[in-house]
Design a protein around this ligand. Structure first.
Ligand SMILES: [Cu+2]
Length: 485
């Protein structure tokens, strides 16, 4: 059944929609009596980050993070989403291979959940692993919209067979609160290997020189920081026994920021990125996560004490970005030890000897340029010279089902961009000048003045959105659509 974007929008958001997945029961989805497997209510509520630090924001089910949704691989699920706010909303099933009509992106034709209305979603969760869900509305200059709110929650798709070689499985959602605009940002420039391409630096300088407004555009900063909605020292402790094996599922639910985590005296064995097992699980002292990235890491608890599992940025950690880890029998104030600088290199987790890269059927190149403060004081972002708008729905690219595509990116800006492709996963093939293979993701950080290549197979027909996951970047031009021929 072909789905037409305009027809979908015209049909109204209240109509229950069956997924396109052929094996899913369409009739069942249209039976209102069928109980939902999960219910999400979008509404304004309070989050007590710490005594004296209570914020009002939009939440799922009145809590932050939203409830952990556990799905079963291959088993169709029904989710009722109620919108108790005065504005249209969208729930995006980040990292899942769902149909465009339930994916939760207006640019793909997903209907909005109307104010004070509801929408029933039905889909077959896949692929297995750590996913998440979040709002996908544009925020623009409104810091009470989009991912600046508390609309984010973890999702886990259980494999049919889960060996579970760990003692405790812990989900950690990193998130800032109380956003405000400022001139100039404080992006973590030490997150990625520093291998700028001189030609891209020259392009960046030329773009700066051509800008009418010589000032840089607005950036967003935050007053309060939290893990699982609690500032450091105010949430539940992670209580462990010596010798225990923890499996941490870490989600960076920030609207705009790159986050880091370290646990003094312990190593993280990274086993999965964005929920997908990596070919080469490797030990690292620090985790770095771009906006919307996930890391699953095992930690062997072999260094008894009371520790801060926290962000490397001192200001952010002091204002809440951390959680206390306490060994049994140990007491006292939690200790923090600043780790040595450590840069995040995705190729570390790739196949040790990358196989010769399978040539793609087609390559699509994108060059990213920033126009300083070009849109009412906000930076405008262009892909191949074009900034995306809903009016033009461009840049747009056409995919042919079954073909393997390579996207090559050239970043002529100093910002790091967490690039995100909807409804498909991709394989990193080249990053920071290094070839790699086997790392499967749905978000990847592209370094300032750097290049990156990723491959994906066009195997999920329907309008598909690509964008930078930094909310300011996506709202001000950094988006493109792919559609199937
Ligand atoms: Cu970006």
């Amino acid at each position: 059944m072909p789905i037409d974007r305009r027809a979908l929008l015209a049909a109204g958001a209240l109509a229950p929609l069956a997924p396109l997945t052929p094996r899913a029961g369409r009739a069942a989805a249209e039976t209102p009596q069928e109980p939902a497997d999960h219910t999400l209510r979008i509404g304004t509520g309070l989050v007590e980050l710490a005594p004296g630090h209570i914020v009002s924001t939009t939440l799922y089910n009145g809590q932050f993070p939203g409830p952990l949704l556990r799905f079963k691989e291959g088993r169709r699920t029904v989710v009722d989403v109620h919108n108790d706010t005065d504005t249209p909303e969208l729930v995006h099933w980040h990292g899942q291979f769902v149909g465009s009509e339930v994916d939760g992106a207006a640019e793909e034709g997903s209907p909005f959940i109307p104010p004070h209305g509801m929408r029933r979603l039905a889909f077959v969760p896949k692929p297995t692993g750590f996913r998440f869900y979040h709002t996908h509305v544009a925020a623009g200059a409104d810091l009470n919209r989009g991912t600046y709110t508390g609309q984010a929650g973890p999702a886990y798709i259980e494999p049919a067979d889960n060996p579970g070689g760990y003692d405790q499985e812990i989900f950690l959602v990193l998130k800032e609160f109380a956003p405000s605009f400022s001139r100039g940002g404080d992006m973590a420039m030490d997150a990625l290997p520093d291998v700028p391409v001189p030609e891209l630096q020259a392009m960046g300088r030329a773009a700066d020189a051509a800008a009418k407004d010589k000032a840089k555009g607005f950036e967003v900063g935050y007053d309060l920081f939290a893990i699982n909605g609690k500032m450091l020292g105010h949430g539940e402790l992670i209580r462990v026994k010596p010798g225990a094996r923890l499996l941490l599922h870490v989600l960076n639910a920030s609207a705009t920021e790159i986050r880091s985590l370290a646990l003094p005296g312990h190593a993280f064995r990274v086993v999965a990125l964005d929920g997908n097992p990596v070919p080469n699980p490797a030990d690292v002292p620090v985790l770095w996560l771009g906006t919307a990235e996930r890391v699953s890491a095992e930690v062997e608890m072999n260094h008894p004490g009371v520790w801060v599992l926290g962000d490397l940025a001192d200001d952010d950690r002091r204002r809440g970005m951390g959680i206390v880890v306490e060994y049994s029998g140990r007491k006292g104030p939690p200790q923090w030890v600043k780790p040595k600088p450590f840069r995040w290199d995705y190729t570390r987790f790739g196949a040790v000897t990358p196989p010769p890269s399978q040539p793609p059927d087609e390559t699509i190149a994108m060059t990213i340029i920033k126009r300083n403060a070009a849109l009412d004081g906000f930076n405008q972002w262009t892909l191949n010279g074009e900034a995306f708008t809903m009016a033009t729905m461009k840049p747009a690219f056409t995919l042919h089902r079954g073909r393997r595509y390579r996207l090559t990116f050239r970043n002529a800006s100093d910002d790091i961009h967490p690039l995100h492709l909807h409804r498909h996963s991709f394989e990193l093939t080249r990053i920071g000048g290094k070839p790699t293979a086997g790392v499967i993701k749905d978000v990847v950080m592209l370094g300032g003045f750097q290049e990156l290549a990723l491959d994906f197979v066009a195997d999920n027909p329907g309008p598909t959105l690509f964008h930078c996951h930094q909310q300011l970047h996506m709202d001000f031009g950094f988006m493109a659509t792919f559609d199937y021929a």
